[in-house]
Design a protein around this ligand. Structure first.
Ligand SMILES: Nc1ncnc2c1ncn2[C@@H]1O[C@H](COP(=O)(O)OP(=O)(O)OP(=O)(O)O)[C@@H](O)[C@H]1O
Ligand SMILES: Nc1ccn([C@@H]2O[C@H](COP(=O)(O)O)[C@@H](O)[C@H]2O)c(=O)n1
Length: 218
């Protein structure tokens, strides 16, 4: 559906809740550019890991953050499950967050709008977003989804270890002092535990279309 005006959609939620899948579907449907902001934190973590640097080395993380190029994020290398865990460790560094958030804001403010997904989009990166979605699913359902991801790429994993990792990541992301994961006060909550991808997409689209209709005075 082509848009006549600008539309900025902010999507937040915990690991493997399905926010990236929804963000890509919505971006495609409304013809908007999409940014998975998790990739920016993953790029920093990956840089440290690759260079044998500690994830606690704040100066190196900040330097790596300055070099993150939104147009050159290697999704394939960054998508490994372990990189996500490492990303959540560097994501607690406030100075690094400032640098990455500035880049993400530049992306959000392009003419016509955009879809961004992450942990602090509705609260910090784009509090002015036209629509904010907070996507959740139970940790058990998310662990099963992540397992299917890993198996789909030819890997294998123990679901109880994935579940433990998801719980640890939730605790770190929701408990950090700077920009913790939480729904914005005006976010629409969508629990996808019992929803197919298609059903979640339909529900998200109904929210966005409802906002557009209201904005157009319908
Ligand atoms: N509603 C759903 N029903 C079943 N599977 C789903 C649903 N939504 C997403 N998935 C699947 O779950 C997996 C995780 O989804 P996705 O990568 O979108 O999550 P995410 O929240 O973006 O994760 P991350 O925070 O790690 O980037 C994918 O394999 C995706 O296809
Ligand atoms: N806006 C964001 C996005 C991500 N993070 C941190 O990065 C980790 C990896 O994110 P994924 O979405 O790719 O799983 C995540 O656990 C967060 O710690 C963030 O802080 N803010």
């Amino acid at each position: 559906m082509p848009l006549m005006t600008s539309l900025l959609i902010a999507i937040d939620g915990p690991a493997a809740s399905g926010k990236g899948t929804l963000a890509r579907r919505l971006a495609d449907y409304y013809h908007l550019p999409h940014l998975d902001t998790g990739l920016t934190y993953r790029a920093v973590a990956w840089d440290l890991l690759r260079n044998g640097q500690s994830l606690d080395d704040e100066a190196s993380a900040i330097e790596a953050g300055r070099h993150v190029d939104l147009s050159n994020l290697d999704k394939h290398a960054l998508s490994a499950h372990g990189v996500g865990e490492a990303a959540s460790r560097v994501a607690v560094i406030p100075e690094l967050r400032r640098i990455l958030v500035d880049k993400q804001r530049d992306f959000a403010r392009q003419p016509g709008g955009a879809v961004l997904d992450g942990r602090d989009i509705g609260t910090v990166v784009a509090p002015e977003a036209d629509v904010k979605l907070y996507i959740t699913a139970s940790p058990e359902v998310r662990a099963q989804r992540r397992l299917r991801d890993i198996e789909g790429r030819g890997g294998s994993a123990d679901v109880s270890e994935i579940l433990a990792d998801i719980r640890r990541r939730d605790e770190r992301d929701m408990g950090r002092a700077d920009s913790p994961l939480k729904p914005a006060a005006d976010a629409h909550l969508l629990d996808t535990s019992d929803m197919s991808i298609e059903a979640a997409f339909r529900a998200a689209r109904a929210i966005v279309d409802g906002m557009l209709a209201k904005r157009n005075g319908a």
